[in-house]
Design a protein around this ligand. Structure first.
Ligand code: IPM
Ligand code: MN
Length: 371
């Protein structure tokens, strides 16, 4: 297996249980995690693999109790698993940024999960705000760099809380960081093998970010030479937002920097039916390294405990976990079952408007898995 493989772990031998660390998190995180685990249980027995779960109580509740976001040694402990499943973190009682930086970003950085993979696929029966667009138009993937850029935490204040205050926040890009992400994206595009043609679009802002994005641009051009079968394409990020809405069928795979990737994947999530549907993987594709899968939505405190939150995104994240952790058949089976349920059962993907409760949607997906 080369280092660009999508599977961070080699398929475990049938006798080895798949070891999954589960962080249900805050708000509706535990509810949607329960549904994802229900689907895991059913598909494991159908596909004939075993697994072991270890739950961790990281999140806002624990922070309020202990003052800890990610306890010392936790990242090292998590490295021992085949994968991490994260429900959602974020707590109304904790100031913004504390859990996001101290837990989610900390895990991405410490585990060097340098790929954030976000498939954008409009499932059957799901409503998109784009008029005249259907599942055949909205099916692309965003590969977001996940460890650099404005997320690296470089910056500071000068003369804080005075009228002369200065704040700086520095975007850091490294040759190694952009090259490994770009190379993985080319490999992914090749493997995805889109029948409409293989195309990787670099999304950046080379006309303004003439240092950092020049490095990305030059690296992209160089790596592209190794992939003559993949069309190397470029969009400025502002134009990309426009195209994504006007002409989403244009895209096959997008590779982009961390902050732009964060922003355009929220736009993309809406095109595919919203945060009730969209999932992502924080992937470290290097051999023996661990990846983390999560629904893209947050902890939705106002819906907590009411059995109204949509578990489809969480189940979608479980499908991705299986696909990338040596159980691609199980992953594909879950993805198929999701589409049966969105296509034939659910009224809407919005919380409280699904026509079913959270647990019922989970049961419907289990039933759609077949026997
Ligand atoms: C995401 C989120 C995070 C990010 C936040 C919660 C730190 O928006 O996963 O897209 O900005 O990466
Ligand atoms: Mn985001």
């Amino acid at each position: 297996m080369n280092s660009s493989s999508p599977s961070p772990k080699s398929p475990s031998p049938k006798s080895q249980p798949l070891k999954i660390a589960v962080i249900p998190g805050d708000g509706t995180g535990p509810e949607v995690t329960t549904e994802a685990l229900k689907i895991l249980k059913a598909v494991a027995s159908q596909e004939g693999f075993t697994y072991e779960l270890q739950h961790y109580d990281f999140g806002g509740e624990r922070y309020l109790r202990t003052g800890e976001t990610l306890p010392a040694g936790a990242a090292d402990e998590l490295r021992k698993f085949d994968a991490i499943y994260l429900g959602a973190v974020g707590h109304p009682g904790v100031p913004p940024g504390v859990i996001e930086k101290g837990l989610l970003l900390e895990l991405r950085f410490q585990l060097d999960q340098y790929i954030n993979l976000r498939p954008v696929k409009l499932f059957a029966g799901v409503e998109t705000p784009l008029r005249d667009k259907g599942p055949e138009h909205i099916d692309f993937v965003v590969v977001r760099e996940n460890t650099e850029d404005l997320y690296c935490g470089v910056g500071g204040f000068l003369k804080k809380n005075t009228p002369d205050e200065v704040a700086s926040q520095t975007a850091v890009y490294t040759r190694k960081g952009c090259e490994r992400c770009i190379r993985w994206a080319f490999e992914f595009t090749r493997r995805r093998n889109n029948p409409k043609g293989k195309m990787l679009t670099l999304v950046a802002k080379t006309n303004v970010l003439t240092f950092g994005h020049d490095l990305w641009w030059r690296t992209f051009q160089e790596v592209a030479k190794e992939y003559p079968d993949v069309k190397a394409d470029y969009n400025h990020v502002d134009a990309c937002c426009m195209w994504m809405v006007k002409n989403p069928e244009y895209y096959d795979v997008i590779v982009t920097t961390n902050m732009f990737g964060d922003i355009i994947t929220d736009l993309a999530a809406v095109l595919q039916g919203g945060l009730g549907v969209a999932a992502g993987g924080n992937i470290n594709p290097d051999p023996g390294c661990v990846s983390m899968f999560e629904p893209m939505g947050g902890s939705a405190p106002k819906y907590t405990g009411q059995n109204v939150i949509n578990p489809i995104a969480a189940i979608n994240a479980m499908s991705m976990l299986l696909e990338h952790t040596g159980q691609p058949k199980a992953g594909a089976r879950v993805l198929q079952a999701i589409q049966t349920v969105t296509g034939t059962k659910m009224k809407s993907q919005a919380a409280g408007k699904m026509g079913y409760g959270t647990t019922q949607v989970g049961d419907l997906v289990v039933a759609a898995l077949g026997g």
